[in-house]
Design a binder for this molecule. Structure first.
Ligand code: ZN
Ligand code: ZN
Length: 131
């Protein structure tokens, strides 16, 4: 139960998606040294439960890593091709683009599943092209 709150707090703070390992890394960083951080198995169980309840949703990336994000509002995902960071894009910001895609392809797009876009996150843009 405590891990559930901890996981949600971490995900609310990033405005995007994190893998189980990343969630744990952030928990470790945010937890006082004398307090216990849930182990990976506990965090994995916690996010699985939260996905079942519709609080979180899972996104499987190209490399097979599953990342988890809040499922509160319909959104799309922008994946950084360099560092793998997943940023959530509010669905209404892409609504007109989706309308065009629908009209052009007669393809019904699911708001729930959303789109996955690829590019560079702000941090990697700032780092430039040298690395
Ligand atoms: Zn998401
Ligand atoms: Zn990046």
């Amino acid at each position: 139960m405590a891990s559930r709150v901890a996981v949600l707090t971490v995900l609310e703070s990033v405005d995007g998606h994190l893998s189980v390992a990343e969630i744990q890394r952030r928990l470790v960083a945010a937890t006082p040294a004398d307090a216990q951080v849930p182990d990976l198995a506990t965090i994995y169980r916690t996010v699985t439960t939260l996905v079942d309840r519709g609080v979180l949703h899972a996104l499987v990336l190209e490399d097979g890593v599953t990342s988890y994000g809040l499922a509160i509002a319909p959104h799309h995902h922008a994946v950084c091709t360099r560092c793998g960071t997943v940023i959530e894009v509010p669905a209404q910001r892409l609504a007109s683009a989706l309308e065009h895609a629908r009209a052009g392809s007669e393809f019904t797009l699911s708001e729930q599943a959303g789109l996955t876009l690829h590019g560079l996150c702000p941090r990697c843009q700032a780092a430039g092209t040298t690395t």
